[in-house]
Design a protein around this ligand. Structure first.
Ligand SMILES: NC(=O)c1ccc[n+]([C@@H]2O[C@H](COP(=O)([O-])OP(=O)(O)OC[C@H]3O[C@@H](n4cnc5c(N)ncnc54)[C@H](O)[C@@H]3O)[C@@H](O)[C@H]2O)c1
Length: 248
């Protein structure tokens, strides 16, 4: 299927690794000119090797001045903006009870995962509103609806991101800017390998998806093929949350 993305533009945060990098490659392969934002400049250069004519934006999504100038530079270099994909994220404490969670860790997770997306979109929206048909995709997680023990900050941040996306889609109704969220279960990336250990992925006893598979969901939601899809969440979890506890 032709996603009709050729010749469009997109800004992707967290583009230095994992799902952000896979999204950059997937969109570039569809003919999208991409602006790549990450706090890790060296990682951005690695991603850019596989994306034609990419614009590199080194910035921390939690720092408003950095975000404002990076987004402005990206829009300027791309000559406009048709899509934003927010992938920058951190997992924070794993296996830590709430009473042992440091305020600093709680604040950091919320700052990157929620405030970071808010800041990027706050500064990108003027350009997105000018596009003929714009799309925003936020990378949440199945942790927005289910929880593993000891990950309360991450779970809270992803639920907040889902509702931020829904609220933004309502704010932007009628403007031509759509907002959707993708919520995958475990994806094989440096983040999940860091949290679970590399050995957990050798013969995993849990379903694992690839970053490229998640990027395909993102590409569909960026595409005008999904123009009727707005304010929703694509839960990509192998059906795990569909199962009732009813013992039938
Ligand atoms: N890996 C999974 O199992 C999984 C599952 C569901 C959702 N997600 C979500 O998908 C997104 C991408 O995760 P990933 O697995 O690709 O992680 P990753 O660690 O491989 O990549 C995250 C990228 O975000 C960047 N980043 C982090 N903090 C930043 C900041 N303050 N400013 C700018 N850039 C920053 C990092 O430098 C890195 O390049 C995250 O939001 C994550 O929560 C991941």
């Amino acid at each position: 299927m032709d996603l009709r993305l050729d010749g469009t533009t997109a800004l992707i945060t967290g583009a230095g690794s994992g799902i952000g990098r896979a999204t950059a490659l997937a969109l570039a392969a569809e003919g999208v000119r991409v602006a790549l934002l990450d706090r890790d400049a060296a990682a951005l250069r690695d991603t850019a090797r596989s994306c034609a004519d990419a614009v590199l934006l080194a910035a921390d999504v939690t720092a408003e001045e950095q975000v404002a100038s990076a987004v402005a530079a990206g829009v300027d270099a791309l000559g406009g903006l048709d899509a934003v994909v927010c992938c920058a994220g951190v997992s924070g404490p794993v296996g830590t009870p709430v009473e042992q969670t440091a305020l600093e860790d709680w604040n950091r997770v919320l700052a990157v995962n929620v405030t970071g997306a808010f800041l990027v979109l706050k500064h990108a929206l003027p350009a997105l509103r000018k596009a003929a048909a714009a799309s925003v995709v936020l990378l949440a997680s199945d942790s927005a609806v289910v929880a593993s023990p000891g990950m309360a900050p991450y779970c809270a941040s992803k639920a907040a991101l889902v509702q931020f996306g829904r609220a933004l889609s309502v704010d932007l109704a009628g403007t031509g800017v759509r907002v959707n969220t993708v919520a995958p279960s475990i994806v094989d990336t440096p983040m999940s390998r860091g949290d679970l250990g590399i050995e957990a992925f050798a013969e995993p006893g849990f379903p694992v998806q690839t970053a490229a598979e998640v990027a395909a969901h993102v590409a569909y939601l960026v595409s005008p093929r999904s123009r009727a899809v707005n304010g929703t969440t694509l839960l990509s979890d192998f059906g795990y949350t569909a199962r009732s506890g009813f013992p039938a």
